[in-house]
Design a protein around this ligand. Structure first.
Ligand code: GCV
Length: 668
C-alpha cells in the first residue's frame, strides 16, 4: 500500500535504447511488485511520482547537479533521493549517463523487493572498480571448461541470424548487479574465434549487450597469426594466419594483430579488449620466442591502444621443471617485469597463488607489483568446491580475500584497496569472475549457485557490502521475505563455505582432490606430473603434514611483505587456517584449541560434515514455505552433498591415518 501510494506514476523522459530498457524494467518490475498497472507519464501531474533521468532531460535533476550531487557518480553511478514538490513527493533516480539510470532502477526495484522503507531515500552509489567482467570459459563447440550448468549460452551456429531470448535475460541479470563486460570464450582460446565469421557473430552479441552497459571482450590465442600447423594439439597452438611465427617483436606479427584489431573495431566500436593466457599450461606465448610476458602483452596493447582497448594478461603460470614450489612461479616471472607494461595492460591474477582452492592465502603479487594495474580473477564456478552439487555460498570467501592485508603501503593495504586502485592511487581497475552460467533451466546448475553470480556482481560494484547483506538481499528476492525463511536460509548459506573447507581441505590443506575432474577426494594421488600430484602438496609422512613454505623450506613466505612474511614464517604466529599451507607440522603439535594437529584435523573433518547435516535439516524445515520445485531440487542436492562430505572426510582421514598412526577420536 505504501509503495503504491508513493509511486502513483513514473516519469522517464528521453529516447534511446538504454532508456527504453530502463522504462520496460520499471514497468515489468513495478507491475509485479505492486500488483497493479504502472502509469507512465511524460511530465509530473500533481501526484507522487518516481522520476528517472539525467540532467539532459529533467529540471529536477539539473537542480541536483547544480547542488553538486552528481559530481562523484561518474558515468555509471546514480543517486536515489526523495524530493518534495509542493504536496507531492518525488522519488528521483538521477545519473550522469543513461546506464546509471538503469543501474539505479534496478537498485530501486531491489529496495522494494526486499521490503525496505522508501519514504526518505538518500542513496548514492557508484562502482569502486572500473572493469567488472564475467569470464566465460566457453568453447566454440558449446562445451564449457569447468562448467557445471549445461552447455554454453552462446549458440554459435545460430548467430548472427538468430538472437536467442536468453541473451537478453543474461544482459538483464548482469545489468541488475552492475556487471559491465563479458569475455565470451575460454582462456584456453581457440584461434578460430578471430575469424571473420565469428567476429560477425560476436558483433551481434555485442549489439544485444550494449544498451545494458555490457561490453564484449575476447580471449585470444597468442599463436593466432601463424599457420594452423598443430591441429593435433587441439587447436591450442595452431593459428588462423599465414605467418611462420608469432614472435611479438616481429613486425609482420605486430601488423597482423593491428589489422585484426582494426577489423574487430569496425564491427564492434566499443569492443573491450583481450584476455590472454600465454606461456601457461601448454598455451603458446612469448616465451616460445624467448620474449617476456611484457613484450607479448605490449604488442597486443599497442594494437588496442588507439581504440582504448585493454589487455588482461594472466599471471597463472607454473612450471615443475623450474620450481620446486609451484605457488612461487607467478611472482618469479612477473615481479621483474613490474613497470614494463603499457598503461592499457592489466596483469590478471587469481585470488590465490595456486588455483581457486577452497581456501588460499592471497597471491603475493598483489602486494608486490607496485607499478602495474592488477586485475583480480575470482572463480564463481565451483571447480574445487563441489561443482554445482554443493551449496557453498562464496561471498564470505571473497570478503576474506578482499580484507586480506598485503601491507604494500603499510597496514590497511587490503586486496580490495589494491584492486579498486585506492592503495596505489591508480585508475585502471578491474575484477573478473569465472562464470558459473550455462544453458541449464536455472542458469547455474544449483539454485543456490545463482547467489554466487549475484554476490560476485554486488561485490565487484562495492566490495564493502557484507556477505550477510548480500545473502539477505538474494534470499528475499529469490525465495521469500518471510523472516523465518530468511534467517534459516541465511544461516545455511553463511556457514557453508567454512563447512566446505572443513570437509575438503581444513587447516591449509590444498590440492588433494581427485585428478582432472576436481570433485571428490584424492589425497593418495601420486602419479603424473609432479605439481598435479596430491602428495606434492600435502607431504604427509610419519612426522607430520603440510608443505614447508617457511624460510627453512621453499621460502614462499618470502614473497609476502613484512610483517606478513614473518607472521606466516613462524609456526606459532601463522594463522591456523593457513597452517598446512606454510608449514610441515608434527602430528602431535599442540593447536590453539589444546588438541593435537591430528585431533584438530579429525575435528575439522567432522565439523564440516556435521554442518552439512544441519543444512539438510534446516532446509527440510522450510517445506511448504518456499517454491516446491526449488525445495525439492535443493533437497536432492543437499542429500548428495552430505554423502560427498562424508566421502571426503572418511577418505582423507583414512589416508592420513596411515601416516599419523593415531586413532580417529570419537566424536563429541
Ligand atoms: C581454463 C585450472 C583449471 C583449468 C583452467 C586453468 C586456468 O588449471 O583446472 O581448467 O583452464 O586453471 O585458469 O587457465
Amino acid at each position: 500500500m505504501q509503495y503504491r501510494h508513493a509511486i502513483a506514476s513514473v516519469i522517464v523522459p528521453g529516447e534511446g535504447k538504454t532508456l527504453r530498457i530502463t522504462r520496460s524494467e520499471l514497468d515489468r518490475g513495478l507491475r509485479g511488485l505492486l500488483g497493479a498497472e504502472v502509469r507512465f507519464r511524460a511530465v509530473a501531474a500533481g501526484e507522487n511520482s518516481l522520476v528517472v533521468g539525467t540532467p539532459e532531460h529533467l529540471d529536477i535533476v539539473r537542480q541536483l547537479q547544480r547542488q553538486g550531487k552528481l559530481q562523484n557518480l561518474g558515468g555509471e553511478g546514480y543517486l536515489i533521493t526523495t524530493v518534495m514538490s509542493g504536496k507531492n513527493r518525488f522519488i528521483v533516480i538521477a545519473a550522469n549517463r543513461d546506464v546509471g539510470l538503469l543501474y539505479g532502477a534496478f537498485h530501486f526495484l531491489r529496495t522494494l523487493q526486499t521490503h525496505k522503507p522508501i519514504d526518505q531515500l538518500d542513496i548514492v552509489s557508484a562502482p569502486r572498480i572500473g572493469y567488472r567482467l564475467l569470464d566465460h570459459w566457453d568453447n566454440l563447440d558449446g562445451s564449457v571448461e569447468r562448467g557445471y550448468a549445461g552447455k554454453s549460452l552462446w549458440k554459435w551456429n545460430e548467430l548472427p541470424g538468430r538472437i536467442d531470448n536468453r541473451y537478453l535475460d543474461y544482459a538483464r541479470a548482469n545489468a541488475s548487479i552492475g556487471i559491465n563486460g563479458t569475455v565470451l570464450n575460454n582462456v584456453n582460446a581457440n584461434p578460430l574465434i578471430l575469424k571473420p565469421a565469428y567476429l560477425r557473430k560476436i558483433s551481434a552479441l555485442a549489439d544485444v549487450f550494449r544498451p545494458y552497459g555490457i561490453r564484449v571482450f575476447l580471449s585470444v590465442n597468442f599463436s593466432s597469426p601463424i599457420k594452423a600447423r598443430f591441429e593435433q594439439e587441439g587447436n591450442r597452438k595452431g593459428g588462423i594466419g599465414n605467418l611462420q611465427t608469432a614472435d611479438p617483436l616481429d613486425p609482420k606479427v605486430r601488423l597482423w594483430w593491428k589489422d585484426k584489431v582494426k577489423e574487430i573495431y569496425r564491427l564492434i566500436p566499443d569492443f573491450g579488449g583481450f584476455v590472454v593466457k600465454a606461456s601457461s599450461e601448454g598455451m603458446p606465448g612469448p616465451q616460445d620466442y624467448r620474449r617476456t610476458h611484457a613484450q607479448g602483452a605490449n604488442m597486443l596493447a599497442d594494437a588496442l591502444e588507439p581504440f582504448h582497448g585493454v589487455i588482461m594478461w594472466r599471471a597463472f603460470v607454473y612450471n615443475a621443471d623450474v620450481d620446486a614450489d609451484r605457488v612461487k612461479r607467478a611472482q618469479l616471472e612477473f615481479l621483474p617485469l613490474d613497470g614494463m607494461f603499457r598503461p592499457n595492460v592489466f596483469v590478471q591474477a587469481k585470488n590465490g597463488p595456486l588455483d581457486f582452492q577452497p581456501r588460499e592465502p592471497v597471491q603475493p603479487l598483489f602486494g608486490s607489483m607496485a607499478r602495474t594495474p592488477m586485475m583480480l580473477e575470482l572463480q564463481i564456478t565451483q571447480e574445487y568446491l563441489g561443482h554445482s552439487n554443493h551449496l557453498v555460498y562464496l561471498a564470505p570467501m571473497w570478503k576474506e580475500y578482499f580484507q586480506f592485508d598485503l601491507f604494500s603501503k603499510g597496514t590497511g593495504s587490503t586486496l580490495a584497496g589494491v584492486v579498486d586502485g585506492s592503495v596505489r592511487n591508480s585508475h585502471m581497475t578491474g575484477i573478473a569472475g569465472v562464470a558459473n552460467t550455462g544453458n541449464d533451466r536455472n542458469w547455474c546448475g544449483h539454485f543456490f549457485a545463482q547467489a554466487n553470480w549475484y554476490a560476485f556482481g554486488r561485490l565487484a560494484w562495492d566490495h564493502s557490502i557484507s556477505a550477510d547483506q548480500i545473502a539477505d538481499e538474494w534470499i528475499r528476492m529469490s525465495l521469500s521475505n518471510d523472516s523465518r525463511t530468511v534467517t534459516t536460509v541465511s544461516s545455511i548459506m553463511m556457514g557453508s563455505w567454512e563447512a566446505c573447507i572443513n570437509y575438503m581441505t581444513p587447516l591449509g590443506l590444498h590440492h588433494i582432490m581427485e585428478v582432472d575432474v576436481h570433485y571428490g577426494p584424492g589425497p593418495q594421488h601420486d602419479k603424473g606430473r609432479e605439481d598435479w600430484r596430491s602428495t606434492y602438496y600435502h607431504r604427509a609422512d610419519t612426522i607430520g603434514l603440510g608443505f614447508d613454505r617457511s624460510s627453512n623450506g621453499s621460502n614462499a613466505v618470502g614473497q609476502y611483505l613484512p610483517p606478513l612474511r614473518a607472521i606466516f614464517d613462524n609456526l606459532e604466529t601463522c594463522p591456523e587456517p593457513y597452517l598446512l599451507w606454510f608449514h610441515h607440522v608434527r602430528w602431535d603439535y599442540q593447536m590453539r584449541s589444546g588438541r593435537t594437529l591430528w585431533e584438530e584435523l579429525c575435528q575439522k573433518y567432522f565439523s564440516g560434515t556435521d554442518y552439512v547435516r544441519r543444512m539438510n535439516e534446516q532446509w527440510l524445515s522450510l517445506d511448504g514455505t518456499v517454491d516446491p520445485q526449488v525445495f525439492s531440487s535443493v533437497r536432492a542436492k543437499l542429500k548428495q552433498q552430505l554423502i560427498d562430505a562424508a566421502v571426503w572426510r572418511d577418505t582423507c582421514l583414512d589416508y592420513f591415518q596411515k601416516f599419523s598412526k593415531r586413532p580417529i577420536p570419537s566424536r563429541k
